[in-house]
Design a protein around this ligand. Structure first.
Ligand code: ADP
Ligand code: MN
Length: 266
């Protein structure tokens, strides 16, 4: 079938273990045995063909670029793989999102970090599916296995990911108008997410929105909550404040947070 190879050094776990200490300084990025097995399985099943370098390394997850060749002679499809880390620390402050989620009742998950990361990946997958099918621009979820999530890459055909809204270079002479329209676009997205998906993002900011060609894309929805979550309105107010502050700093004459809240929830 297709040449299925893993290019990523990280995936060659055994070899990297042999490498010198300088390399081990980056061991944060080395994938563990279980993760490598999952990636190999996904390669065998054709969801991805090659795993590339890290697009992002964060506290709770790493995101890697990847390519799939669905048809032998067809063009490659760019994908992104989010690998949740089994670090217990960062999951402490995540509890407030899970507590009160009727979709994730089982308290048995508490304290078991492997189950916790699986839960986060599952949440992100389901939320992405819901947001994507509501017609909101976000990565299309492709495949989920334990703590490894394959999704559409938001980027160009060469595999370069779109910038975060924070880093977007909007410098045309009509920049002011573009910023204004992006603000309005985001209000529509937030409203649709609330009204149609019945979700509150709960970590919405210029860091979790990607930008390309006057389009906004929503990412990072593992902590998003149902709107009947006891704290969903508190999270919504926070999302409104963070995004409103950002657009105000960019010089947009925004609506008041209160007005936006009423617009989204009405
Ligand atoms: P976290 O913030 O928890 O580390 P994110 O889901 O926000 O995880 O992903 C981290 C970064 O990886 C994002 O800021 C974005 O730059 C990049 N990224 C994540 N998903 C995609 C995607 N589907 N396409 C392109 N880039 C992505
Ligand atoms: Mn993020």
């Amino acid at each position: 079938k297709h040449a299925a190879k893993i290019r990523l050094d990280d995936v060659k776990g055994e070899q990297s273990r042999e490498k010198d200490k300088a390399d081990r300084a980056t061991s944060e990025q080395v994938l563990d045995q279980r993760t490598r097995m999952i990636l190999l399985q996904m390669i065998n099943r054709g969801f991805v063909s090659e795993v590339h370098g890290a697009i992002s390394t964060g506290k709770e997850a790493n995101v890697y670029g990847a390519v799939a060749y669905p048809d032998l002679d067809g063009p490659p499809i760019q994908r992104a793989i989010k690998v949740y880390k089994t670090a217990i620390l960062s999951f402490k402050d995540r509890e407030r999102y899970i507590t009160g989620e009727h979709r994730f009742k089982s308290g048995a998950e508490k304290g078991n970090s492997r189950k916790m990361v699986k839960l986060w990946a599952e949440k992100e997958f389901r939320n992405l599916r819901r947001i994507h099918s509501a017609g909101i621009k976000c990565p299309e979820p492709i495949q989920l296995k334990l703590h490894v999530l394959v999704m559409e890459l938001l980027g160009d055909r060469k595999g370069y990911a779109y910038p975060r809204l924070r880093d977007a270079a909007i410098s045309s002479e009509d920049a002011e108008e573009v910023w204004r329209s992006l603000y309005i676009q985001l209000l529509g997205i937030m409203r649709r997410m609330y009204q149609v998906c019945r979700l509150v993002h709960a970590d919405l900011s210029e860091y979790n929105i990607l930008y390309n060609d006057r389009q906004l894309y929503i990412i990072d929805v593992s902590q998003s909550v149902e709107h009947d979550h006891p704290r969903s309105l508190e999270f919504l107010r926070m999302d409104i404040k963070n995004t409103g502050d950002f657009f105000r700093r960019e010089g947009v004459e925004t609506l008041s947070d209160r007005t936006v809240f009423d617009f989204i929830t009405a």
